[in-house]
Design a protein around this ligand. Structure first.
Ligand code: FE2
Length: 214
């Protein structure tokens, strides 16, 4: 029998890439890894870069619990009944969808994402369920005053409590589509961090809820 040349082998014995993966990979693909949270490195430069320390300083779910940031992972495929159940349990009666992308927003895009990145708080929870794309929510840890970066991807549902200082940016992919859930009327007025905002009753209430301050 004549031996095949390398070219002939490639043509006749083509094996799809996924069949070369070890079987445990399929389990990993099915189960979305939990949202990555880590301390922001505070280095200057594009806010859209990961800003992960080297080596990284990961933040556990317990640490997020302490500052009252809640997180669930709900696969996007068939998400509706699961999101409905969480919304019902927590009293989120309304929702809408936002789509932030460079293509969709044109000229005002750069300016807009700088505004999202200003440190602020709201008098109500900020609830987001990511449908596609990705981005970073930074939340201020108290009393350390460090930034914790939450790298959100499709399937992440996060609740940023009323009164916590936070900010948002897209990453280098420049697009995100998310559901915004809310109780009655949306209260999305941002109060930028200041001495006056430090004295806002919702800020003080938040500090009390995490056991910091008076
Ligand atoms: Fe906000």
């Amino acid at each position: 029998m004549r031996l095949k040349t390398p070219g002939e082998i490639n043509k006749s014995t083509f094996i799809p890439n996924y069949l070369l993966l070890p079987p445990q990979t399929f389990e990993r693909i099915k189960q979305k890894p939990t949202m990555r949270a880590y301390y922001f490195d505070n280095l200057p430069g594009d806010q859209r870069l990961p800003h992960d320390y080297v080596p990284s300083r990961p933040v556990s779910k317990e640490t997020l619990d302490k500052i009252n940031v809640k997180y669930w992972s709900v696969p996007v495929e068939g998400y509706e009944p699961k999101i409905d159940a969480i919304a019902k349990e927590r009293g989120y009666k309304n929702r809408d969808m936002i789509n932030v992308s460079k293509e969709g927003m044109g000229e005002i895009y750069e300016e807009k994402i700088k505004t999202f990145f200003e440190e602020h708080m709201h008098e109500d929870e900020e609830i987001r369920y990511i449908l596609s794309g990705s981005g970073f929510f930074d939340v201020r840890e108290t009393p350390t005053d460090e930034w914790i970066r939450l790298a959100v991807t499709p399937g992440d549902l996060i609740v940023i409590p009323a009164g916590i200082y936070h900010r948002f940016t897209l990453d280098e992919a420049n697009n995100i589509k998310a559901l915004r859930l809310f109780q009655d009327e949306p209260k999305w007025v941002p109060y930028n961090r200041s001495e006056q905002t430090d004295a806002n009753p919702h800020r003080l209430e938040y500090l009390k809820s995490i056991g910091v301050g008076a």
